[in-house]
Design a protein around this ligand. Structure first.
Ligand code: UD1
Length: 342
C-alpha cells in the first residue's frame, strides 16, 4: 500500500471518478481537480460511499493558470498527475475546433508547467485510439503508425501526446505514460458512480441504456453495410473499472521504473460489433433494445480493436471483466440514475 498523493484532473468525470476509486483502494491519497463543467460534485459522495474516503476537491478549470498554480502549490508533495480533464465530444469539436484546441491544449500545458515548477515527476495522459485513425492492419499495436485524426478532438490527443514527448525530453526528471483508450463502457458494480452524459448521448452504450430505460424511443444503428463480418462497426469495448485499474498500474510502473515515457493501448484485444453489443445487452439484462438502421455516421471507422499485449506484459494488467457483467453494471447504473438527464 502506498500513501503517495496523486492529483486527478477531471476526477469527477466518468473515467476520472472510477480511477479515483481504484487509486484510493490501492492506498493512494487522491486530490481531485475539476471545474464540474461536464460533471457533478455529488460524484465525490459516490466515491466516498464506495471507498470510505472522500478525496480532497479543488474546484478549478485547468485552463486557469493562476488557480492551477495555487492548487499545485498546495499539493506540491504529490508524486504524480493523471490528466483526464478535457472536452471529448467529437461532433462538437468539428463545430467548435478552437474551443477544443484552446481548452484541451491549454489545460495540458498548465498541468505540465505546474509539474515542472513544483517538481511533480509523473504524468498519465488520457489519449485515445482515435490517434490510429483508420488503421490498415488489425489489431493495432502501439507501433501501428498514427494517422491524421478525423476530428479536432482527435487532433488534441495527437498534439497532446507530442507536447508530452517534448516535455519529458527536455526535463530529465519528468516521466510520462500515454494511455490510448479504446471504448470504455460500464459503471462501478455498486452503481454509486457511472457515466452521466450531457443531453443526448453521443456514445453507443449510454444511448442504448437510455433506450432500455424508456428515455429514448429507439437506438439508431449507424450503418449496416460496413465491410466487416456482420456489416456493423466493430469496436473494442473495455470495462471502465478495468480501465481504472490500468491507471493504478501505470502510476506504480512510472514510480518504480522512472522511465521517461511509455505508451500503452488499453483495450480487451477483442472486437465486438454494434449488433453483437445489442444482443449481449439483451442476454445480460433480459431487455431487447428497439433499434433502427440509420445512415453511417460521418467520421466512424469501420473497425478497430487493440492488441493489448504490451500493457498485459509490462504493466501486468489485463482487462478481465466479462462483457455481460459490464453491461449489467451499466444497466444497474442507468436504473439508479433513472430519468435524470442533465
Ligand atoms: C468516439 C470517438 C473516440 C472517443 C470516444 C469517446 C472517433 C472516431 N471516435 O469513439 O475518439 O474517444 O468516442 O468519446 O473520434 N453507434 C451507433 N448508434 C449510436 C451511437 C454509436 O450505432 O447512437 C455506433 C457507432 O457508429 C460506432 C459505435 O457505435 O460504431 C461506437 O460509437 P461511440 O460510442 O460513439 O464510440 P466511437 O465513435 O468508437
Amino acid at each position: 500500500m502506498s500513501s503517495d498523493k496523486i492529483i486527478v484532473t477531471g476526477g469527477c468525470g466518468y473515467l476520472g471518478s472510477h480511477t479515483a476509486v481504484a487509486l484510493i483502494n490501492a492506498g493512494f491519497n487522491v486530490v481531485v481537480i475539476d471545474d464540474l463543467r461536464n460533471s457533478r460534485a455529488d460524484v465525490l459522495d459516490g466515491i466516498a460511499r464506495i471507498t470510505g474516503t472522500r478525496p480532497e476537491f479543488v474546484h478549478c478549470d485547468c485552463t486557469d493558470a493562476a488557480t492551477m498554480a495555487h492548487a499545485f502549490d498546495t499539493h506540491r508533495d504529490a508524486v504524480g498527475v493523471i490528466h483526464f480533464a478535457a472536452l471529448k465530444a467529437v461532433g462538437e469539436s468539428v463545430a467548435q475546433p478552437v474551443l477544443y484546441y484552446r481548452n484541451n491544449l491549454n489545460a495540458l500545458i498548465n498541468v505540465i508547467d505546474m509539474m515542472a515548477r513544483y517538481n511533480i515527476p509523473n504524468i498519465v495522459f488520457s489519449s485515445s485510439a482515435t490517434v490510429y485513425g483508420e488503421p490498415d492492419i488489425l489489431p493495432v499495436t502501439e507501433e501501428t503508425p498514427l494517422q491524421p485524426a478525423t476530428s479536432p478532438y482527435g487532433q488534441t490527443k495527437v498534439i497532446g501526446e507530442n507536447i508530452i514527448r517534448d516535455f519529458v525530453r527536455a526535463n530529465e526528471n519528468m516521466h510520462a505514460v500515454l494511455l490510448r483508450y479504446f471504448n470504455p463502457i460500464g459503471a462501478h458494480p455498486s452503481a454509486e458512480i457511472g457515466e452521466l452524459p450531457n443531453g443526448v448521448p453521443n456514445n453507443l452504450l449510454p444511448y442504448l441504456t437510455q433506450v432500455a430505460a424508456g428515455i429514448r424511443d429507439h437506438l439508431n444503428v449507424f450503418g449496416d453495410d460496413y465491410p466487416t463480418a456482420d456489416g456493423f462497426c466493430v469496436r473494442d469495448y473495455i470495462d471502465v473499472n478495468d480501465l481504472a485499474a490500468a491507471h493504478v498500474a501505470a502510476v506504480q510502473y512510472m514510480i518504480k521504473t522512472k522511465k521517461p515515457i511509455d505508451v500503452f493501448n488499453l483495450g480487451t484485444g477483442r472486437g465486438v460489433s454494434v449488433m453483437e453489443l445489442i444482443n449481449a445487452f439483451g442476454r445480460a439484462t433480459g431487455i431487447n433494445i428497439k433499434y433502427e438502421i440509420a445512415p453511417r455516421r460521418a467520421g466512424d471507422v469501420p473497425e478497430i480493436w487493440s492488441n493489448a499485449d504490451r500493457a498485459n506484459k509490462i504493466l501486468g494488467w489485463r482487462a478481465e471483466t466479462p462483457l455481460d457483467e459490464t453491461l449489467a453494471n451499466a444497466w444497474r447504473w442507468q436504473t439508479r440514475v433513472g430519468k435524470i438527464i442533465k
